[in-house]
Write a protein that binds this ligand. Structure first.
Ligand code: DGY
Length: 325
């Protein structure tokens, strides 16, 4: 009987798809993070791996598990796997694009609005019995109506956010990408700008790009200095795209106005982070895709990709398609 190892529990639908195909499914029972040695051990006797979350799969892991017939990631991001090695070893790898775009854009929108009204901080005042009663001038927020939303990485998630921002607040959309998104330019009247213009013009700047050598710590001191002092920075992509110390300094010094983060580096974020005390900062624990609908769709998609790999067919959501050349 063929076997699949799953690194964390997933919605039942994903397991059903695998079991209905006759596979034995082994789910890592605890909500703890496996070490590389434990993951290697768990994969020795299985044919397929479904990796949930950002558990790293570097060269040493892949070389020790080169017998795997396929690895499905239950995430759209694939910065946690050494794809070059997977390809060299002939292991197909899939991800879960599209199905999480709406849910993730919702969280970017939620953060944008929550930061603009200092909502999490004001809520904590109530919860911690620190609310002194109705005030007229304290901790005022800002409005989003008619402001400019800048998007770094106008792909599927960025487009979903742009639609919401345009519909709700008639925001002007500007973006910077490696390639022009002509459809978004037509449908959303989005304007392509270079990176420095994106920094200079955005009232809200939301990041929707992959983590790579090029984007690691891209939002650092030099970049925050080029943004408006009234700007709100939103990151729902990967925590390492911003430099946390530089972001903290930029907020403290008023270089930028606020920040909303669904991703941090490391995760979990240290509870001592000064960011958590700031009235103009909202932090969430990486919940972009965390809805019943989206996680069910991601689990089903990952399972379907594994079945394709098992049968020697191309994985529908392959990320290392070179493997089939
Ligand atoms: C993704 O899909 O990449 C999200 O960050 C969840 O892991």
């Amino acid at each position: 009987m063929k076997k699949v190892f799953i690194t964390k529990d997933i919605p039942a639908r994903g397991i059903e798809v695998l079991e209905e195909a006759g596979l034995k499914v082994i789910v890592h029972p605890e909500d703890t993070t496996l070490s590389e040695a434990e993951l290697i051990d768990a994969c020795q006797d299985v044919d397929l791996l479904l990796n949930v979350g950002q558990l790293p799969m570097q060269k040493s892991f892949l070389e020790a598990c080169s017998h795997l017939k396929g690895i499905a990631l239950a995430s759209v991001g694939y910065d946690h796997i050494d794809l070059e090695t997977a390809t060299a070893l002939g292991i197909p790898v899939s991800n879960t694009p599209d199905v999480l775009s709406g849910a993730t854009a919702d969280v970017a929108f939620l953060l944008m609005l929550a930061v603009s009204r200092k909502a999490f901080y004001r809520s904590r005042e109530v919860v911690n019995d620190q609310w002194k009663g109705f005030g007229f001038t304290q901790e005022l927020g800002v409005e989003l109506n008619g402001k400019t939303l800048g998007i770094l990485g106008l792909g599927r998630i960025g487009v979903e956010l742009a639609k919401k921002a345009k519909g709700a607040y008639n925001m002007d959309i500007i973006y910077h990408n490696r390639n022009r998104n002509t459809e978004a330019e037509e449908v959303l009247d989005a304007k392509y700008v270079d990176f420095d213009e994106l920094l200079a013009q955005s009232d809200v700047l939301s990041v929707h790009t992959n983590l790579s050598d090029e984007t690691r710590h891209k939002f650092n001191k030099d970049v925050f200095e080029k943004m408006k002092s009234s700007a709100i920075f939103i990151n729902t992509a990967r925590g390492a795209i911003h430099h946390e110390g530089d972001l903290t300094d930029a907020l403290r010094s008023g270089q930028i106005w606020g920040a909303g983060l669904d991703v941090t580096d490391p995760e979990p974020m240290s509870a001592d982070s000064p960011l958590l005390q700031m009235s103009n900062v909202c932090v969430l624990p990486h919940i972009g895709s965390a809805t019943i609908e989206t996680r069910t769709a991601m689990a089903e998609m990952a399972a379907t990709n594994l079945l394709a790999a098992l049968h020697g067919e191309p994985m529908p959501q392959i990320v290392n398609s070179d493997i089939y050349k």
